[in-house]
Design a protein around this ligand. Structure first.
Ligand SMILES: Nc1ncnc2c1ncn2[C@@H]1O[C@H](COP(=O)(O)OP(=O)(O)OP(=O)(O)O)[C@@H](O)[C@H]1O
Ligand SMILES: [Mg+2]
Length: 381
């Protein structure tokens, strides 16, 4: 096994696109790191540079402490799993898995043994003589995994290996891959644009945006302490609601349209910078918002229910807040057009909640748990 280090790794395509900019990332021996970010942010490019399928424009790549920039792909001792499984249709499951060993002139006997062992690990024993077309999507994905595992590489590189699977199978395979990775202890870099996949699989998660690393941290750390507005709105499902407020320092409160929220003392104590800013973007997770009774005192926003998503265990209620303040969520997500009407927030309510679209409601706001960013998207401290 081996560690993987990227030091200021940059990729500029001949077209002039800077797909990855000065990416610095240390992946420890045996660690599973997920690279996540929106489409086009440079995830595959980063992975392909590690694999040696793409040249590195600038910076250094080390695998197991050795500089790999100029080492050919097949000498890097890595195995890659892609979104398209790329199995050979005319070969059986066993032959597909053993293919690299055959190319590597591993004796037939040893080959058969290793294929059997890997098939057993992946629960494919029964299917070893089948052709890929006789397998389900999940089984094919497992064969593709088997083909990578059998080579006993130092590093696994996986580029959206689950995106062809349906939701249920995806979540099963997520657990399978995590479990397998833990058992084999192979250093793994896993690419996905799905933040749920990232959060559930990664020991640590690296968030990329337009080729630049935003933050790398353990999943819960990303969720609790996002480094900027982009990470805050990207991580979490449903995503954080972001509202733009004027900061009224003299009243120690936030104002937007008719809404007034008193800033609790502990919040000010933690963020002395807050009263020095004219405007703040306030990020609120669904669990820090609550449908409140009309008579309740405390910080709250008035609004109208616009959407209800009942999941059984929880109900997520989309509320359009009264007033002229615009929602900042769209700006955060890099979108062009702001949502028409008032700003929207997503509230987590109990599964038994009976909200109806069109209904007026009050949303209690727990500012103690809120995230505060300046208009540029950096945290206010
Ligand atoms: N061979 C290439 N030549 C020129 N530009 C490229 C090439 N491959 C990718 N790009 C550009 O580099 C940027 C990053 O692409 P990349 O494929 O790494 O993104 P990604 O994060 O993997 O996206 P997705 O989630 O859609 O797979 C994009 O702007 C893309 O258009
Ligand atoms: Mg990609």
């Amino acid at each position: 096994m081996a560690s993987v280090q990227l030091a200021n790794v940059t990729k500029e395509y001949v077209s002039g696109t800077a797909a990855v900019s000065r990416l610095t990332l240390d992946v420890a021996d045996g660690e599973l790191v997920v690279l996540v970010g929106p489409s086009g942010c440079g995830k595959s490019t980063a992975l392909r540079m590690i694999a040696g399928l793409e040249s590195i424009t600038e910076g250094d790549l080390f695998i197991g402490g050795e500089r790999m920039n100029d080492v050919a792909s097949h000498e890097r001792d890595i195995a890659m799993v892609f979104q398209s499984y790329a199995l050979y249709p005319h070969l059986t499951v066993g032959e597909n898995m053993g293919f690299s060993l055959r190319v590597g002139r591993v004796p037939k006997r040893e080959r058969a043994e290793r294929v059997r062992a890997v098939a057993r690990t992946l629960g494919l024993d029964e299917l070893i003589d089948r052709k890929p077309r006789e397998l389900s999507g999940g089984q094919r994905q497992r064969v593709a995994m088997g083909r990578a595992i059998i080579r006993e590489p130092q590093v696994f590189l996986m580029d959206e290996p689950l995106s062809n699977l349906d939701a249920k199978l995806r979540s099963e395979m997520r657990a399978e891959i995590s479990d397998l990775q833990a058992r084999l202890g192979v250093t793994t870099i896993f690419v996905t644009h799905d933040q749920v996949e990232a959060m559930t699989m990664g020991h640590r998660v690296a968030v990329l945006r337009e080729g630049e690393l935003q933050q790398v941290a353990a999943p819960y750390e990303l969720y609790r302490h996002p480094a900027n507005l982009f990470v805050a709105s990207f991580i979490g499902n449903p995503s954080m609601s972001i509202l733009r407020f004027a900061v009224e320092a003299e009243h120690r409160r936030l104002a937007a349209g008719p809404a007034r929220l008193d800033i609790p003392e502990p919040v000010l104590a933690r963020r002395p910078g807050l009263l020095g800013t004219a405007e703040a973007l306030v990020g609120l997770r669904p669990e820090h918002l609550r449908l409140a009774g009309d008579a309740e005192s405390g910080n709250a926003l008035d609004g109208v229910v616009r959407g209800v998503e009942a999941l059984g265990s929880d109900t997520f209620v989309r509320v359009e807040c009264a007033g002229s303040a615009e929602s900042a969520s769209d700006a955060a997500a890099g979108g062009e057009s702001p949502t028409p009407g008032g700003p929207m927030v997503t509230v987590r309510a109990p599964g038994s909640a009976s909200a109806r679209p069109g209904q007026h409601c009050r949303v209690a706001v727990d500012l103690d748990e809120a995230h505060f960013f300046d208009p540029a998207g950096d945290p206010i401290r």
